[in-house]
Design a protein around this ligand. Structure first.
Ligand SMILES: C[S@@+](CC[C@H](N)C(=O)[O-])C[C@H]1O[C@@H](n2cnc3c(N)ncnc32)[C@H](O)[C@@H]1O
Length: 226
């Protein structure tokens, strides 16, 4: 596994610009799906967002399946892919593994949380949706435990995540997510993704939108024995 790659930070499909830092650039998905999956594989994304993983999976001849909480995003994914019936509108934290085929590769980016945030990312930060960082990490741990029941025996799980630097404070989300997912999958290691492109300074600088010029792909495999 190559542990450092440099990719261009750009979005290939247009959506309202306020959502740009919510999305995973296509180049990221293409790079890691090529490395960790094969043609015909089932690719799963429980936080499908605007459908980058699902659309690129289809482009590469994989079979996409996913879940997304926001109805309008589900519709925009269905406009983007041929397997439109494979996108479920729902809450990933409540997903029933019996409703999906086993996946060969899960590539996902969970909604991020900074330690100081009080609203719940798994309710899309809605007003009144209280949460805290510990609860968030517990929810993440529980979700990946559910996904372990959906993974094919030699499946890969890839998590697009970064640490977050905001107003002088760093939330070590990447480290903490690695620990959460490791409860159910075997950690193979992290790939540092260096981002090239126009700097974004809306969150303490860095090319990437969270105060850094890099993020990670955390790579796991199924079959954790303990
Ligand atoms: C970081 S974004 C993923 C973006 C995606 N990788 C893309 O490129 O479009 C996280 C997504 O998770 C969705 N989400 C948040 N809570 C969820 C939940 N409980 N169940 C399913 N999806 C959820 C959000 O609506 C958001 O679209």
């Amino acid at each position: 596994m190559q542990t450092f790659v440099t990719l261009q930070y750009e979005q290939e499909t247009a959506i309202p610009s306020e959502y740009d830092d919510v999305r995973t650039p296509e180049a990221y998905v293409r790079h890691f799906l090529r490395e960790f999956s094969e043609e015909g594989d089932v690719v799963f994304d429980p936080f499908a967002g605007f459908g980058t993983t699902l659309a690129v999976a289809e482009e590469l001849g994989r079979v996409p399946h996913g879940v997304e909480f926001e109805a309008d995003r589900v519709e925009s994914i269905r406009d983007r892919i041929d397997h439109e019936e494979n996108v479920v509108h729902g809450n990933a934290l409540e997903l029933d593994p019996g409703d999906f085929p086993a996946f060969d590769c899960c590539l996902t980016s969970p909604p991020y949380m900074e330690q100081s945030m009080g609203v719940n990312p798994f309710r899309n930060y809605a007003d009144g949706s209280e949460s805290d960082y510990e609860t968030y990490l517990r929810d993440l741990t529980d979700l990946f435990a559910r996904l372990a029941d959906l993974a094919a025996p030699d499946a890969s799980v890839l998590v697009d995540v970064s640490n977050m630097k905001y107003e002088g404070d760093v939330t070590t989300l990447a480290w903490d997510a690695a620990e959460s997912v490791s409860e159910s999958f075997h950690f193979e290691g992290e790939v540092v993704v260096g981002w090239e492109g126009e700097a974004r300074d809306d969150r303490d600088g860095g090319t990437y939108g969270y105060g850094y010029d890099h993020s990670y792909c955390l790579a796991f495999s199924a079959g954790k024995s303990d």
